[in-house]
Design a protein around this ligand. Structure first.
Ligand code: SF4
Length: 385
């Protein structure tokens, strides 16, 4: 836990204005080497602070103006609704003179969207050791969009991210692991390290900003002129984790819990039922199971003998009914009509994840238990009843 005791050096800490001057200096030094800049925008606090800063600096001519500034908003379709609405509002109110501003919303491919993947294809909800969601919802769509942008402009561009190192090594660790910790912004640190070098060079102009700088800039500084009320309602002045609503990898949905304390967003309370629904869907009674041991490509037996697999068709239908009930009571759009059509078509086409089919056993079928010994042999334990 960080110490609240002021240190001897607190008086030397950067003020927000100092931090802004440093950011302007780094953006000037690196920015003038590129004609095209891009911001991968998530709607989170660091990302919004970065976008607001870059737009303000370019608009006012405090840094050399690029030819184009492209803002790619990563819409996972799973954002907290007020954050999503705020992000769209911020995008539409951005105004920059002297530079061509391009704003685009980047969506995951239809078959990769969160509920289409779970309820259409039958892949169980993500969890810590089965985290299919971040690449699929965030990284891959953004890379595809950036790749297309790189091809369009025909040269390497400057990618601006909201990654901050803050003050302590502990914080650095949290950035690197932001998807599995209780604070930070899912996928952001990951994106930073995963941006292909040939596509863009990456600069984090707010790298040295402390958390208080971010909040002071967003909430109190009127220079950027953007509406940050929803961000303030979610974060307050804490470094809480944001990402998909009901994220199954976070121990609690802190952002949602904080939000529904506000009367204005109390109607979102049914979204708290998402995590329990994911827990329900991962039970054996909703899934298929392998009966026979599987051989891996290297000729060894797969370690997870008789593993549980995808959701049964009945579980997918149950899940979709529950999602419709939750979204109707919360007044939001978790599965839209287009996604519902795709999900139902996948059921009609009898779609299963690779290596699975409706011929696989139900997860609760009584079986002789087979396990892999330490020596790599199969051991069978006959069932008792
Ligand atoms: S916020 Fe959670 S569910 Fe969403 S991509 Fe990140 S880890 Fe996955």
């Amino acid at each position: 836990m960080p110490s609240l005791q002021p240190s001897l050096f607190d008086g030397d800490r950067l003020t927000l204005d100092d931090a802004i001057q440093l950011s302007l200096a780094s953006l000037t030094a690196y920015g003038e080497r590129y004609r095209h800049w891009a911001v991968a925008y998530s709607g989170g606090k660091d990302s919004t602070a970065t976008l607001a800063f870059v737009a303000w600096a370019v608009h006012n001519g405090y840094v050399p103006r690029p030819q184009t500034l492209t803002v790619l908003y990563a819409d996972t379709r799973m954002e907290l609704p007020p954050l999503h609405a705020a992000a769209l509002g911020i995008l539409s109110s951005l105004s920059i003179t002297g530079t061509q501003l391009v704003t685009r919303t980047v969506l995951p491919a239809m078959e990769d969207r969160f509920f289409v993947y779970i309820l259409g294809r039958g892949v169980p909800p993500p969890k810590n050791r089965f985290r299919w969601c971040t690449p699929q919802l965030k990284i891959e769509p953004m890379h595809a969009a950036l790749g297309a942008w790189r091809d369009f402009v025909g040269e390497k561009f400057l990618m601006l991210t909201g990654v901050r190192l803050g003050e302590s090594a502990a914080r650095d660790q949290r950035i690197a692991l932001s998807c599995s910790k209780d604070s930070g912004e899912c996928g952001q640190g990951w994106f930073q390290t995963a941006t292909p070098e040939a596509m863009a060079d990456t600069l984090a102009p707010l790298l040295h900003w402390r958390l208080c700088h971010v909040f002071d800039w967003l909430y109190l500084d009127e220079r950027h002129g953007l509406d940050t009320e929803a961000i303030a309602a979610i974060y307050g002045e804490e470094d809480i984790r944001t990402g998909c609503v009901g994220c199954n990898l976070a121990s609690r949905d802190t952002a949602l819990e904080r939000l529904i304390r506000h009367e204005r967003w109390e109607h979102l309370r049914p979204l708290l039922e998402l995590k329990p629904l994911y827990a329900e869907l991962t039970k054996a009674k909703h899934r298929k199971r392998k009966v026979e041991p599987e051989l891996r490509q290297d000729g060894q037996w797969s370690r997870n003998v008789q593993r549980l697999g995808p959701l049964t068709m009945a579980a997918r239908a149950y899940g979709l009914d529950r999602i419709f009930d939750i979204q109707q009571r919360a007044g939001v759009d978790l599965v839209n009509p287009e996604e519902e059509t795709v999900i139902r078509q996948m059921w009609a086409d009898n779609i299963w994840p690779q290596k699975w089919s409706d011929q696989d056993a139900d997860g609760t079928l009584p079986l002789d238990a087979i396990r892999l010994t330490l020596g790599g042999e199969l051991a069978v334990q006959p069932r008792i009843v």
